[in-house]
Design a protein around this ligand. Structure first.
Ligand code: CDP
Length: 230
């Protein structure tokens, strides 16, 4: 059967990553989390004194350092989860913490950062058979993707989900700080000049406020089968 490219874009914490990963596992595709790449660049910037809450992001230094930042992924484990590697080191846990979350959107506005990640993402899609989630996958990275989904849910519902995810991992966060971070990132992501977050005209909207994970998966599989009949 012909393999296709599936692009899943949407707002922060809308459940994109979970659905993209589960879908990839179900249909035997490769899953790539493009947000993890921006998070890994942000972690590198923090660790090398180029980004902090007090001073913001030192764009010039970070752009210069880009050739030294190598991002890759481990193969998916039995749970379907891939780990993100930054210069060969497993940083899957660190890239999800609040410090990285609060600096990632300012890093992701930098055009040079975006061009580098986009080129890498396009390489992953060369052979098709890929599900990639992010903000600009259906608009910039794979404008010709055969299946595009744009996911949304209310900011409050997204904050509730993210608090649960972080608390389950043992991180101490409050609902208010997570909600504020989500609103702030939505704002930066939708208003930036380069590849802003927006729905591609040919993307199908999935509003998952009141959907269970199982309902969501069925919705995705139905869409996939309509694009790729067996
Ligand atoms: O997990 P969550 O949905 O909160 O975010 P993520 O997918 O890990 O992405 C983190 C941040 O990276 C986003 O808020 C964007 O600022 C940026 N990003 C981007 O600009 N373009 C992408 N394709 C993916 C992420």
């Amino acid at each position: 059967m012909n393999k296709i490219i599936i692009a899943i874009d949407g707002y922060s914490s809308s459940g994109k990553s979970t659905m993209a990963r589960d879908l990839a596992k179900r249909i035997g595709y490769v899953y790539v989390d493009s947000g993890a790449m921006y998070r890994a660049v942000t972690l590198y910037a923090i660790e090398h004194g180029m980004a902090s809450a007090e001073k913001g992001v030192d764009t010039e230094a970070l752009v210069k350092a880009l050739p030294e930042i190598n991002i890759s992924f481990t193969p998916a484990g039995a749970d379907g989860v891939q780990h993100t590697l930054l210069n060969g080191k497993d940083v899957e846990r660190e890239i999800r913490d609040m410090q990285v979350s609060s600096l990632v959107s300012p890093v992701a506005v930098i055009p040079e950062v975006r061009h580098r990640q986009t080129a890498l993402q396009q390489q992953y899609g060369r052979e098709k058979g890929i599900v990639m989630d992010g903000r600009d996958i259906g608009t910039t990275v794979f404008p010709d993707a055969e299946m595009k989904v744009f996911v949304n849910a209310s900011a409050e519902e997204r904050a509730r989900r993210r608090v649960k995810e972080l608390t389950d991992k043992g991180e101490k966060v409050t609902y208010e700080e997570v909600l504020e971070n989500i609103r702030e990132r939505d704002h930066i992501d939708t208003t930036r000049k380069e590849s802003p977050l927006r729905k591609a005209p040919d993307a199908v909207l999935l509003d998952n406020d009141n959907m269970t994970i199982a309902q969501q998966m069925q919705w995705l599989l139905d869409l996939y089968h309509s694009k790729c009949p067996e």
